[in-house]
Design a protein around this ligand. Structure first.
Ligand code: 13P
Length: 311
């Protein structure tokens, strides 16, 4: 199964009313664990690297990653997450990514269109698909900083003009999800604006929408992390039933990064605490990878419902 774009994946997901997980990887361990999960449950998958993750892995290692992903037994897309610069998006196209996100959502509408269009023209000429963002997804992730006080949700009246003028292949919308582990104030009830999602869906029938900031921060992962010395007592994520509901709408791609970090770090902390005599780094790394694999399999089977869809 070759490394693919998300085009066919999204078409099937839209029609089949499920979603594809885009899991943020930060190193080769994470990539291996995500891929192993997808192969285990026979799910298509998107491996996402942010600009920070790309620098951490090292761009010079990407051609090797691309070669490995080409041998996967399930459809895999390699995606640039939150490309803030046109040049970075173009470089990722040249490196073998099959999907790039240009995030010019902090620019005003027409500038966002202009920047996005430049990436689309380049990517499409090289057979690569493009995601862009309208509205602002609250929270802080690496260099993505948004003032979340005013709730800059996507305006459904903008989506048709934006998609038509840019030629994008998928659109990230803001409906109340947020990056990071602290998505809602302690004591408040998590809520998403499904009314906005439905309006966007009606305006752009058949068009794949994307949800960022969709970690659920499961209690079991959080408890493990905190039990072994972590200090994240009040993290609150997006409840899984809401993500499942979104996947039945036009949401074809759901981004998850924080959940992988919490699961990995909790398992590593436990392994280190339980084996103080063992300095072999493969031992705790493997524990972290196993935790990521279990988490990704669970999302694919029980939340996004993409398991078994890798024909
Ligand atoms: P989380 O922080 O909720 O995992 O979101 C990740 C994401 O949206 C990456 O773009």
């Amino acid at each position: 199964m070759p490394l693919v774009t998300t085009k066919e994946m999204f078409k099937k997901a839209y029609e089949g009313k499920y979603a594809i997980g885009a899991f943020n990887a930060n190193n080769v361990d994470t990539i291996k664990a995500i891929l192993a999960a997808a192969e285990e449950v026979k799910s298509p998958v998107i491996i996402a690297l942010s600009s920070g993750a790309l620098s951490f892995v090292g761009e010079e290692y990407i051609p090797g990653v691309v070669e490995v992903l080409k041998k996967a037994t399930v459809p895999v897309a390699l995606h640039l997450d939150h490309g803030k610069k046109v040049e970075l998006c173009k470089r990722c196209v040249d490196l073998g990514f099959t999907s790039v996100m240009i995030d010019a959502s902090s620019e005003e509408f027409n500038k966002n269109i202009e920047i996005t269009k430049e990436v689309v023209d380049y990517a499409h000429a090289h057979g690569v698909v493009v995601e862009s963002e309208l509205g602002a997804i609250a929270g802080i992730e690496e260099d993505v900083q948004v003032d979340d006080k005013y709730g800059h949700f996507t305006h459904p009246d903008d989506v048709v003009e934006f998609a038509t003028k840019t030629g994008i292949d998928s659109l990230a919308i803001a409906i109340g999800t947020a990056h990071g582990a602290y998505k809602f104030k302690p004591g408040t009830k998590p809520q998403l604006r499904f009314d906005i999602l439905e309006e966007c869906e009606q305006k752009l029938p058949g068009f794949p929408l994307v949800l960022h900031g969709s970690s659920s921060v499961p209690k079991s992962s959080l408890d493990l992390l905190n039990q072994y010395g972590g200090k994240m007592p009040e993290a609150i994520g997006i409840p899984e039933p809401m993500l499942n509901e979104a996947s039945k709408h036009a949401v074809c791609k759901i981004n998850v990064g924080t959940d992988l970090q919490v699961a990995y770090t909790g398992a590593v902390r436990k392994s280190l605490a339980e084996h103080p005599e063992n300095p072999d780094m493969r031992k705790f790394s493997q524990a972290g990878m196993d935790a990521i694999k279990a988490l990704v399999e669970d999302k694919m089977k029980n939340v996004f419902c993409s398991a078994g869809k890798a024909e």
